[in-house]
Design a protein around this ligand. Structure first.
Ligand code: ASP
Ligand code: MG
Length: 416
């Protein structure tokens, strides 16, 4: 980092998980500041806190109002900003904590998954010019009608990226408990390797497909505003992974990462009439409930009747099932079934666009382990297969090996 830069540093839940870690974080920030840089710190709630708060809400009511959920969850980040500001002051820095509102984060009114509309940076700018280190609560904002809102799970990443864009920061560093983005979850695949660089689109797919290191919406925002992100460990030194625009090196590589997502459920409707309007009416009702449908397959029809299967997030499964049941009579289908024990395994890579036979290689690798593919979907830079959940980890390992992501020099002229 060159001198006199403006740096946004975001620290996740484990990095503020206890007082010792908060002290270590403060020490790291102090050094950056001492070198002459200006720093804005964005923090998450202490590890486990958001889940703990959600658990409390569930104890009180099975259906907490979204407005009150936001009020509750926003407290998690407020604990962190106050403690981090105190630790920075104790380390000899001038620091001040900011709630989302005080940090000027204006959102729409969609409680629990609000979108950032704009950021009023006046106050932060003023403090930065005065040599203060602002410590901003991640994950929260304020709506135009002055309601407290939150930005969806993992939303502190988004706060950091949005502040980096609004303040035209020189860099945006995301500190977490792993030292970067890996070719696969190292807990599943011991041979998984850290990527030096990954493109926005690859990172976006990986985040959507189950990689937990960055929030997908934060990556989307970073891409739209061209904010390079560096994912680093707050416990180890190192360069981490740079999430940035694609380059030719990245395109030479067929597969960059392998992911698994067990948060999936499959719904099947049988013997629907095969005529225009049926799918529109079924999926229209599901969409009205705000449920996102992922993969859809419709079988070849027989005697004017067909079957449709589709997947949704497991959390939406029961509600989707209920909607599908209600629609049975109207659309003239026979039955609807729900299957929860499924997972989606995916391979991701910008290089896929220019290489043939990638899908075949994926299917052969799964077949060699006798893993049956239930559904398939593809985009320009990813191929996903739905399989039995109990083979998800095996599938990730097998695909990781099949595309030679294990090999040490795989990162230069990988798996072409
Ligand atoms: N504390 C929030 C969560 O657990 C936001 C974040 O950590 O980014 O989802
Ligand atoms: Mg996070």
């Amino acid at each position: 980092m060159a001198a006199a830069e403006l740096v946004i540093q975001k620290y996740g839940g484990t990095s503020v998980g206890n007082v010792d870690r908060i002290r270590a974080l403060a020490e790291r920030v102090r050094r950056v500041r001492q070198a002459g840089n200006r720093v804005v710190v964005v923090v998450s709630a202490m590890a486990g806190e958001t889940d703990r708060l959600l658990g409390l809400a569930q104890e009180v009511t099975a259906m907490p109002a979204a407005r009150e959920v936001d009020m509750l969850l926003a407290t998690g980040e407020m604990v962190s900003i106050a403690l981090v500001a105190m630790a920075l002051q104790e380390a000899g820095c001038i620091a001040r904590s900011f709630t989302g509102m005080q940090g000027g984060i204006i959102t729409d009114g969609a409680h629990t998954h609000a979108r950032i509309r704009s950021i009023t940076t006046t106050r932060l700018q003023r403090d930065l010019s005065a040599g203060v280190i602002p410590v901003v609560a991640g994950f929260q904002g304020i709506s135009e009608s002055e309601e407290l809102t939150t930005l969806g799970r993992g939303g502190s990443d988004l706060t950091a990226v949005a502040l980096a864009a609004a303040l035209k920061a020189d860099s945006c560093e995301i500190y977490t408990d792993v030292d970067g983005v890996y070719t696969a979850d190292p807990n599943l695949v011991p041979q998984a390797r850290r990527l030096d660089r990954v493109s926005y689109d690859e990172m976006l797919e990986m985040a959507r497909l189950g990689a937990k290191v960055l929030q997908a919406r934060a990556v989307e925002f970073a891409k739209a505003h061209n904010v390079p992100l560096r994912v680093k460990s707050s416990f180890a030194e190192g360069n981490g992974t740079l999430v940035t625009k694609p380059d030719q090196d990245m395109e030479r590589v067929v597969v960059t990462g392998v992911t698994a997502d067990s948060n999936q459920a499959k719904i099947t409707l049988t013997r629907l009439p095969d005529r225009p309007g049926i799918a529109g009416s079924l999926f229209g009702r599901i969409a009205e409930a705000g449920i996102v449908v992922d993969m859809i397959i419709q079988n070849a029809s027989e005697g004017g009747l067909t079957d449709i299967s589709f997947t949704v997030a497991r959390a939406d499964a029961q509600q989707t099932l209920a909607i599908a049941r209600q629609s049975l009579a109207e659309i003239g289908a026979d039955s609807v079934t729900l299957e929860s024990g499924i997972a989606k395994v995916s391979i991701v890579g910008v290089g896929m666009q220019s290489h043939a036979g990638v899908a075949a290689r994926m299917f052969r690798a799964l077949a060699a382990e006798n893993i049956n593919i239930v559904m398939i979907s593809t985009s320009e830079i990813k191929i996903s297969c739905v399989i039995d959940d109990k083979y998800a980890e095996l599938a990730v390992r097998v695909l990781h090996a099949a595309f030679q992501l294990d090999s040490p020099d795989a990162h230069g002229s990988r798996n072409a």
